[in-house]
Design a protein around this ligand. Structure first.
Ligand code: FAD
Length: 514
C-alpha cells in the first residue's frame, strides 16, 4: 500500500515527525513561509498537538519555568504568547508571570488551529500515528512507514522527536528485584506515567531519583494527588534548580577571542559575576546574557573541553540556567523547612526490597559515610537518555541500524550539520533528512527550551525553503524584523479560538490524510 497524504496536488511535501512544541511550530512556520504548492504533514503519536510531555499536564500546579514574555512560539513576534494569554487565559497576566503549562498547551493547540483555519487546511495535514522507519524511493522522495501500516511520501523530513525517556540508573541489588515477585514493584521508571502516582495517598515515603526540574514537578504532583508523607530527593550532587527572580540586564561579554577552555571560561564568568554584584545586578542577569551565544561558545570548545564541561560543570550549569518558577521554589523551600522534602547528595550503594518497601543505602557525597533510609516507592526522575544507541525507540533503532543517522561524538543526540541536516554513518550530510530540538544538543548544547527551539525552527525553515529546489514556489517572510502581529493574534478577538475549533479541525485534518 502506498499512500500520499491527500493534501491536494501539492508539488513538494515536508514531513515533520513529532508534533510537540517543536513539530507543531515547525509545521505552522512551514505553511506560513511557503506558497500553496507546498504541503506539510505532521506525524504525532499523541492526540493533541503541541502538548508533548511538557504541556500535556492536566494540573494547574505545573507552571512554565520560563516567564510568559519569553514563551512566544514565534521569534519574529515576541509578544505573541503574552497577547494570546491576555485574551484567552487571564487579561491581567504580567510579562514575568509563570503561567500553568496546561494553558501553554492550549496556546499551541490554538496556533495549529489558526494555521489550519487561515488557509493551511488544504496544506497542513495532521496525522495521529507513529513513524517507524524511513525508506528512500527511486523517485527521490522518502517513504515514511507508520505503525498503522500507512505510508507517507515526502521530499524533506524533519525529526522533531523531543527528549527521549530516561534510562534506569544503576541501583546495585535491583537486578534481583526483577525476578518474580510476591509484592508489587516499588520502582517506577517513568515519572510522566499515571501509574507512578497510583495509590500514593496510602504511602509514607517516596524517593525521587534525580534533583532537577522533573523531580520538582513530581514532588508538586505527589502533593496534588494527596501524598502526605516524606519525599526524599537523591542525586549525586544534591543540587536543586535555582529560583527565577527578577534581574537587571547584563551585556554580553563573550566573543570569539574569549577562552576556549572550561577553566578559562569559568574564570571569565566569575569575574563577570563579581562585577555584576558590585553593580547590584543579580547573577541571573549574567547567566542570561550568555543565552544568545551559548551555541557559539559550545562550538568554540574543543571536544576534550566539552567532555570536561560534561564531567565537572554540567550539573552546576543546569541548576543556574534551568531555573524553577518562584512559586515552585518556594513550595520546595517550605517543604524542606518542615522536613517533608529531604534532599540527599551521594551515590547509591545498595537497593534491597523488603516486602513492599525498599531499603536504600548511599555514600554521602561530603563524608563518604554510608547512610540509608527506607521508602515505599521509588520514581526515576533522572535526566532524559541522550545516547541514542541505548534507546528502545523503533524509529531511532531503524535509522541507526540502516546507517541513515549516527550519534554525535559526545552521545548527546544525533550528529548534524550547522543547518540541522543529519549526518549518516559514512559522514555524508543528508539533503532530505533534518532534526530540530533536543537531538541537536551535541552541536548546540542548549536545545531544549522554547526560546532556543523557536529560533532553531525559524532558521531551519529558512534553510529548508532556500534549499528545497522550489524557491520559485516559496517565499521567505520579508518582514521578520518588522515583528508584525500574526493573523492569530489579530483573530484572538475570538474568545478562545481553540475551544471552539480545535477538536473539529484536528479531526478534519485527520480525515484528509492517509
Ligand atoms: C515537564 C517539562 C516541562 C517543561 N517546561 C518548559 C517550560 O516551561 N518552558 C520551556 O521553554 N521549556 C520547557 N520544557 C522543555 C520542553 O522540552 C520544550 O519546551 C518543548 O516542549 C520541546 O518540545 P518538542 O516538540 O521538542 O518535544 P516534545 O514535547 O517531547 O514532543 C516530541 C513529540 O514527538 C512525538 N514523537 C516522538 N517520536 C515519534 C514518532 N516516531 N512518531 C510520531 N511521533 C513521535 C512524541 O509523541 C512527542 O509528542 C519542559 C520539558 C518538560 C519535560
Amino acid at each position: 500500500m502506498e499512500a500520499r497524504p491527500k493534501c491536494p496536488a501539492q508539488k513538494f511535501t515536508f514531513a515533520v515527525i513529532g508534533g510537540g512544541f517543536t513539530g507543531t511550530t515547525l509545521g505552522v512556520q512551514l505553511v506560513r513561509h511557503t506558497d500553496p504548492s507546498c504541503s506539510v504533514v505532521v506525524i504525532e503519536r499523541m492526540s493533541l498537538p503541541g502538548r508533548g510531555l511538557a504541556y500535556g499536564t492536566g494540573s494547574d500546579s505545573h507552571l512554565l519555568n520560563v516567564p510568559a514574555k519569553d514563551m512566544s512560539a514565534f521569534p519574529e513576534d515576541q509578544e505573541h504568547f503574552l497577547r494570546w494569554a491576555k485574551l484567552n487565559y487571564d487579561r491581567d497576566v504580567e510579562p514575568c508571570r509563570f503561567v500553568p503549562r496546561k494553558a501553554y498547551g492550549r496556546y499551541l493547540g490554538a496556533i495549529l488551529s489558526e494555521a489550519v483555519l487561515s488557509g493551511g487546511k488544504r496544506r497542513l495535514c495532521w496525522m495521529r500515528d507513529e513513524a517507524r522507519a524511513l525508506a528512500p524511493t527511486r523517485t527521490g522522495e522518502i517513504e515514511i512507514r507508520l505503525r498503522s501500516g500507512t505510508r507517507v511520501l515526502a521530499d524533506k523530513i524533519v525529526l522533531a522527536l523531543g527528549n527521549f525517556p530516561s534510562s534506569d540508573p544503576s541501583l546495585p541489588g535491583r537486578a534481583l528485584a526483577n525476578s518474580p515477585r510476591s509484592s508489587p514493584n516499588p520502582y517506577f521508571s517513568n515519572p510522566w506515567s499515571d501509574t507512578s502516582f497510583e495509590g500514593v495517598e496510602h504511602l509514607g515515603s517516596i524517593l525521587l531519583l534525580g534533583s532537577g526540574l522533573s523531580s520538582l514537578d513530581v514532588a508538586v504532583e505527589l502533593r496534588h494527588r494527596g501524598f502526605a508523607g516524606t519525599i526524599h530527593i537523591l542525586s549525586r550532587r544534591g543540587l536543586l534548580p535555582q529560583s527565577h527572580r527578577w534581574h537587571g540586564p547584563w551585556p554580553n561579554f563573550w566573543n570569539e577571542r574569549s577562552p576556549k577552555g572550561v577553566r578559562g571560561l569559568l574564570r571569565l564568568i566569575r569575574e563577570q559575576l563579581n562585577a555584576a554584584e558590585q553593580r547590584g545586578v543579580d547573577w541571573r542577569g549574567v547567566i542570561n546574557s550568555l543565552r544568545p551565544v551559548t551555541a557559539q561558545i559550545w562550538q568554540s570548545l574543543p571536544e576534550a573541553e566539552k567532555r570536561r564541561f560534561l564531567r565537572h560543570l554540567q550539573p552546576y550549569w543546569d541548576v543556574h540556567r534551568h531555573r524553577a518558577a518562584p512559586e515552585i521554589a518556594q513550595f520546595v523551600d517550605e517543604q524542606r523547612s518542615h522536613g517533608k522534602i529531604q534532599l540527599h547528595a551521594g551515590r547509591i550503594t545498595s537497593y534491597r526490597e523488603n516486602g513492599s518497601r525498599v531499603e536504600i543505602s548511599y555514600n554521602q557525597r561530603k563524608t563518604v559515610e554510608e547512610v540509608g533510609f527506607v521508602v515505599d516507592r521509588i520514581i526515576n526522575c533522572t535526566a532524559p537518555e541522550t545516547d541514542c544507541r541505548r534507546l528502545q525507540d523503533p524509529l531511532m533503532t531503524a535509522l541507526l541500524a540502516e546507517g541513515r543517522v549516527r550519534p554525535d561524538p559526545l552521545f548527546l543526540g544525533l550528529d548534524s550539520s550547522v543547518d540541522g541536516a543529519l549526518i549518516d554513518q559514512h559522514g555524508i550530510i543528508s539533503n532530505s533528512l533534518y532534526a530540530v530540538g533536543s537531538v541537536r544538543k551535541g552541536s548546540l548544547w542548549e536545545s531544549t527550551a522554547v526560546p532556543e527551539i523557536r529560533e532553531q525552527v525559524y532558521r531551519l525553515v529558512q534553510h529548508l525553503v532556500s534549499t528545497s529546489g522550489q524557491t520559485h514556489h516559496i517565499r521567505l517572510d520579508p518582514g521578520r524584523e518588522e515583528s508584525r502581529p500574526t493573523t492569530m493574534a489579530r483573530k484572538s478577538a475570538l474568545p478562545n479560538p481553540e475551544i471552539s475549533i480545535e477538536p473539529m479541525s484536528i479531526a478534519r485534518v485527520d480525515l484528509e490524510v492517509g
